[in-house]
Design a protein around this ligand. Structure first.
Ligand code: PBG
Length: 328
């Protein structure tokens, strides 16, 4: 029996043809694996809300990176949990700080590409991403002192580059952070070290598990006066534009899944490479549902990451990196 259907999109969905016409794909070289190095422990400590992830002691940092490399992922993003915290976060830029010591080892003993997170929240005793007004401590109107924080971020970035970091990723949403870090890196002869800016970083509930993992939750108040309002999109273009003007090399949108419209807009409006950060809460959600038998872990994770590529992301920072790379 004849049919008057001339166009049948299903023709291209047959096995053997489907892969030929696929527009987006994932590869291990798109993925960046975050790892947690902890100066307060001698043993690996599982992170409860991020199944499969651990805080590892400094002496295991090379072993941890080798596990990542074995999956085909070449790049790690390093977070540190310092031995001590104080009001300024001074262990963030200490030459013998946790990230600095780990990066020295990893850069000499492995071929991994090393990116370091630049922020003070893991290092300050109050858990905010910069220096705070001491008189405002505990007050709901407390604000992080923007300009006083800039030189501390710059010093931290230089100390990471001195230790051997290949790239730095400032995440504090401090106005002017990219320019301050660029100037300090250049003055310290690190003009070849790129900056991947957390350019559009939202004040998000999806960071919950990370704050347990990195022990960086604010001890009072929240981050609404420095991270972006989830209701805003045009503001993201303004934030990203500023970072571009200040010299950002790679533009990050964070979180990813609930912000794919922003990923897409940034890739449309700017020419720099765009990174999407598939954050801890996005990871924990899929794990929790998979534990219940409600979702399939690997296919759901793969689909989420693929959607970030489809939205336009060039790179994806994800706690699924190792598992997905292994399955590709
Ligand atoms: C540090 C930082 C955070 C994340 C990355 N860098 C936490 C925050 O801003 O509260 C979150 C990462 C994640 O949830 O996976 N400022």
């Amino acid at each position: 029996m004849g049919s008057n259907l001339r166009t049948r999109p299903r023709r291209l969905r047959r096995d053997g043809i489907r892969p030929l016409v696929r527009e987006s794909s994932l590869s291990a070289t798109d993925l960046i694996a975050p790892i947690f190095i902890d100066a307060t422990t001698d043993e690996r400590v599982p992170i409860e809300s991020m199944p499969g992830h651990e805080r590892v002691p400094i002496h295991e940092s090379v072993a941890r990176v080798r596990e990542v490399l074995a999956t085909g992922v070449d790049t790690v993003l390093i977070f540190g949990i310092p031995s001590e915290k104080d009001s300024n976060g001074s262990r963030a830029w200490a030459g013998d700080g946790v990230v600095q010591r780990a990066v020295q080892r990893i850069s000499t003993e492995t071929p991994a590409t090393i990116i370091t997170d630049i922020c003070l929240c893991e290092y300050t005793d109050h858990g905010h991403c910069g220096v705070i007004e001491s008189e405002a401590r505990e007050s709901p109107t407390m604000t992080v002192k923007n300009d006083e924080t800039l030189s501390l971020l710059g010093q931290t970035a230089v100390s990471h580059a001195d230790a051997g970091a290949d790239m730095v990723a400032p995440s504090s949403m401090t106005d002017g952070m990219v320019a301050a870090i660029r100037d300090d890196l250049d003055d310290a002869s690190h003009s070849e070290v790129p900056i991947m800016s957390y350019a559009a970083k939202y004040e998000s509930s999806f960071y919950g598990p990370f704050r347990d993992a990195a022990d960086g939750a604010p001890s009072f108040g929240d981050r609404r006066h420095y991270q972006m309002d989830p209701g805003n999109s045009r503001e993201a273009m303004r934030e990203v534009g500023l970072d571009v003007d200040e010299g950002a090399d790679i533009l990050m949108v964070k979180p990813a899944l609930a912000y794919l419209d922003i990923v897409n807009r940034v890739t449309d409006e700017f020419t720099q490479p765009v990174a999407a950060y598939n954050v801890s809460g996005e990871y924990a959600m899929i794990h929790a549902a998979a534990d219940q038998g409600w979702l399939d872990l690997e296919t759901t994770a793969h689909e989420s990451l693929l959607s970030m590529k489809r939205a336009g992301a060039d790179l994806i920072i994800t706690y699924f990196a190792e598992q997905i790379a292994d399955s590709l």
